[in-house]
Ligand binder design. Structure first.
Ligand SMILES: [Mg+2]
Length: 320
């Protein structure tokens, strides 16, 4: 049976709520009302995903629902913020209840797991797009900015780089993988893990942080620029999975790791004195990490092998 916007919202979003005590008024009034805390900062981030630009039209709705929220949660992780509230604006070409049901399943898989409550949004007709605004909280003076890296700080990344990009190449038919490797890479592409626990653990120790959405080359470049230093990276120290290195040439593995994007890992800097604290803090959250370089005086990002600068220019994803 066909149903309208309000029935769809009621059935697939209002009734599936995660309940938080600090939400005074959720979906259903002109605004959501949440209890603000004077000791904390509100971290807010909005992202729009457009069909044909950020994802393929045939992406499974469940994967789109999960990934759209996970990508936004990753921005909260990069600030050291704890997720609290989310708004969702969905534009659909037509009402397809089975699609909305799958999208909602994927969305709430992430929302329930990470404890974020959907407090409002909008639905309209048009080309498929998803706009999400997440809000989280971080204690005053504990937020991680891109601008606080210092000369001498170590540069580190969580997890592995390039697996999501390998999944995208597999979906595009540009690489031939075994069935199990293809499934593993596509899963990395569709279901990224936002590093919220790691972000929370790092927030009092790391000097700066960013999440890797456009590719390490581009995202580390933001830290270098905003901190007024040069990031020097040893490409042989990059954490690459066997999934990646077994399936593509070493040059292609490097390209996917540095420019592929959508890893949603954290790249952070830490003073040499605090490196030991990072090791124990991340061990407690079960997060693997690797030191890949050091901040030096200068500007930009310099990729090196055996202390020699690589000539290749690595670029991240850019919209325009
Ligand atoms: Mg980000």
């Amino acid at each position: 049976m066909a149903c309208g916007e309000f029935e769809l919202i009621q059935r697939y979003f209002t009734e599936r709520q995660t309940k938080r005590r600090d939400v005074i008024k959720s979906i259903g009034d002109d605004c959501a009302l949440v209890q603000a805390n004077p000791e904390q900062l509100l971290a807010v981030s909005t992202d729009t995903l457009v069909s044909g630009v950020h994802f393929f039209e045939d992406i499974p709705a469940h994967a789109l629902g999960f990934k759209a929220l996970a990508a936004n949660l990753s921005d909260l992780a990069a600030m050291g913020a704890n997720p609290a509230w989310v708004s969702l604006a969905l534009t659909l070409p037509q009402i397809d209840e089975a699609w909305v049901s799958d999208f909602s399943d994927g969305f709430f898989k992430a929302a329930d797991y990470y404890g974020i409550e959907l407090i409002g949004g909008d639905m309209s007709k048009g080309p498929l797009s998803v706009t999400i605004t997440v809000q989280g909280q971080v204690n005053k003076d504990q937020q991680m900015l891109r601008s606080n890296a210092r000369i001498g700080d170590w540069i580190c990344v969580t997890g592995n780089l390039g697996d999501s990009a390998l999944g995208l190449q597999a979906l595009l038919g540009n690489v031939q993988l075994s069935e199990s490797d293809s499934a593993a890479a596509v899963k990395k592409h569709y279901y990224p893990t936002p590093r919220l626990l790691a972000g929370h653990a790092l927030r009092t120790i790391a000097s700066s942080a960013i999440d890797i959405s456009d590719g390490l080359a581009s995202d580390l470049g933001h830290i270098a620029k905003q901190s007024g230093c040069m990031a020097v990276v040893d490409v042989d120290a990059l954490p690459l999975s066997e999934l990646l290195t077994n399936n593509v040439s070493s040059d292609e593995a490097l390209r996917l790791a540095l420019s592929g994007g959508e890893d949603y890992e954290l790249c952070f800097t830490v003073s040499p004195a605090a490196l030991g604290s990072i090791e124990s803090a991340l061990m407690h959250t079960n997060t693997p990490f690797a030191c890949i370089g050091q901040m030096q005086s200068g500007e930009g990002v310099n990729f090196q092998r055996d202390n020699q600068t690589l000539n290749h220019q690595f670029k991240g994803f850019e919209h325009f």
